[in-house]
Design a protein around this ligand. Sequence first.
Ligand SMILES: Cc1cc2nc3c(=O)[nH]c(=O)nc-3n(C[C@H](O)[C@H](O)[C@H](O)COP(=O)(O)OP(=O)(O)OC[C@H]3O[C@@H](n4cnc5c(N)ncnc54)[C@H](O)[C@@H]3O)c2cc1C
Length: 271
Amino acid sequence: MSDNIQPVKVLSKTTWTPNLFSFTVTRPDSFKFSAGQFVRLGVNPSRLAYHQQKRSTDVPDEDIFRAYSIVSSPYDETLEFFSIVIKDGAFTSQLQHLQEGDELLLNTTPFGFLTLARYQEPVAKDLWLLATGTGLAPFLSMLQDLKTWEDYEHIILAYSARSEKELAYLDLIHSLEETFGSLVESPAKFTFVPIVTREKVEGALNARFPQLLISGELEDFAGAKLDPEHSHVMLCGNPQMVEDTRNTLRDEKGMVMNRRGVGNIAVENYW
Ligand SMILES: Cc1cc2nc3c(=O)[nH]c(=O)nc-3n(C[C@H](O)[C@H](O)[C@H](O)COP(=O)(O)OP(=O)(O)OC[C@H]3O[C@@H](n4cnc5c(N)ncnc54)[C@H](O)[C@@H]3O)c2cc1C
């Protein structure tokens, strides 16, 4: 095993839907990261208790690694992850079976630039975090970091899923302002915008991000205006959503990608 790959132990698992779950693992003492970063997680299917209990045959005996954003804050003692289950996906069709006590592998080099420290201009005022599905993960990490609440005046978290039951972490989202905002002197105002694209749900918007930008519904719900002079906008999840939303922000709002610290938009594609 290479130096930067360490075994971690599964401590808990939460199942949200048949295709969505979260889990926590032990955090190696030396492992440091910034809110918004991702790691490479590994699983060896043949070592999962599930397969050993079932005496499954034809289970791959090899380490399979994938990129995963960290849900937990940089100050938590454990590491949390939020995962999709892809039918026939080499990694997640195995990972879905994990149980408390199983061992995973963690590459302890944190990756990624979807972090708030990247923004130099414009200066922090309002922060728009736009996620589809498990793309919520890095934003939960940022929102559990006190500095985020200190640095901004208004934070808008817009989280889109196909159905209402696929909106995970709602209790945590609704408790963030009280748990973290209340600990800093002049905290950001927080607005949560739930979006469900394939069902009509009371209290949730019902269209894709580009449409919600063009119609003005996202800004109306948030009670704020997207403005190239003072908005930081982060997009994470489905690459089609990222591309279409980025183009809409450019064409409709005059926003530009953040490069070398300057600009409004920062993105992370999950595939
Ligand atoms: C920077 C980065 C961070 C990531 N963080 C996460 C995370 O926090 N949680 C997570 O579940 N996945 C995350 N992913 C995706 C993850 O790395 C794997 O692709 C995913 O676990 C599926 O692996 P697989 O081998 O089962 O299927 P793969 O063969 O990797 O993917 C098969 C197909 O499944 C779809 N797909 C993959 N990931 C997702 C997803 N998350 N949501 C919806 N459809 C998807 C795509 O169409 C993809 O082509 C991240 C990817 C990147 C690049």
